[in-house]
Design a protein around this ligand. Structure first.
Ligand code: ZN
Ligand code: FE
Length: 253
């Protein structure tokens, strides 16, 4: 399928994403942090928005919607509809919809908020994870429990490893510093750090990443990895407790 994918930096450190089907001319936006840069990208390419997919209700993911929606179909979580902007299509985990001619699966990835969803395009190989799974990190637990977020991350970890993980923020440098504080000698971390630093030195986004890379280096996806458990002094702990401890340490980092 001839899809064009564009990452659009917004606000201080947010990302929105555009997908365009070059045959049907449909255009989808994933999250709407602010209208200006997204509008500029659409105008530059001569694209007209047909769908807007919202991952969760936080202002830095929806505040640009009013200036962008036009006649686009706005899609978001049924369970969080009361806190989201007005939706044209309410979706729940297990639903399958079609966007830009591609099937899109809905996953409930609650934890950062209750009702945070991820949009997974298995055929095209994209997962839009916003503030659930992030590059080297995961979202803060504002509403959910560690068990909920770990469960959400396991759903995402089960996707094909080559899946392109499109998350919501450029937090990777800080996330990497935190990961290395847990495992200073982890060679995979050291190697990814040099790639991240090189990208940031040039002002290049570190998002998206791939699931395979996250599985190897993201501490929040490795709560059942014996090496990480050992590194934080919880070799025999349950993955949920390991995840909770890692999240707590990151909150205080
Ligand atoms: Zn958020
Ligand atoms: Fe956010």
């Amino acid at each position: 399928m001839p899809l064009t994918f564009v990452t659009v930096p917004c606000l201080k450190d947010n990302y929105a994403f555009l997908l365009h089907n070059d045959e049907t001319d449909e255009t989808a936006l994933i999250d709407a942090p602010e209208a200006g840069p997204i509008k500029a990208e659409l105008d530059k390419r001569g694209w007209h928005l047909t769908d807007v997919l919202l991952t969760h209700h936080h202002w830095d993911h929806v505040d640009g919607l009013d200036g962008l929606r036009g006649d686009a179909r706005v899609i978001g979580a049924k369970s969080d509809a009361s806190r989201l902007p007005p939706l044209d299509l309410e979706v729940s985990e297990g639903d399958e919809i079609t966007v830009c001619g591609e099937p899109v699966e809905i996953l409930d990835v609650s934890g950062h908020t209750l009702g945070h969803i991820a949009f997974v395009m298995r055929g095209a190989g994209y997962a839009f994870t916003a503030d659930s799974l992030m590059a080297m990190g995961c979202g803060r637990l504002f509403e959910g429990t560690p068990a909920q977020m770990w469960d959400s991350l396991l759903k995402l970890r089960a996707l094909p490893p080559q899946t392109v993980v499109c998350s919501g923020h450029e937090y990777t440098t800080n996330n990497m510093a935190f990961a290395l504080s847990l495992e200073p000698d982890n060679a995979k971390l050291i190697s990814r750090k040099s790639q991240i630093d090189a990208a940031r030195d040039k002002g290049v986004p570190t998002v998206p990443s791939t699931l395979a890379v996250e599985m190897e280096t993201n501490p929040f996806l490795r709560a059942d990895d014996p090496a990480l458990k050992q590194a934080i002094g919880l070799p025999d702990a349950d993955p949920v407790d390991v995840f909770a401890e890692v999240r707590k340490r990151k909150d205080n980092f």
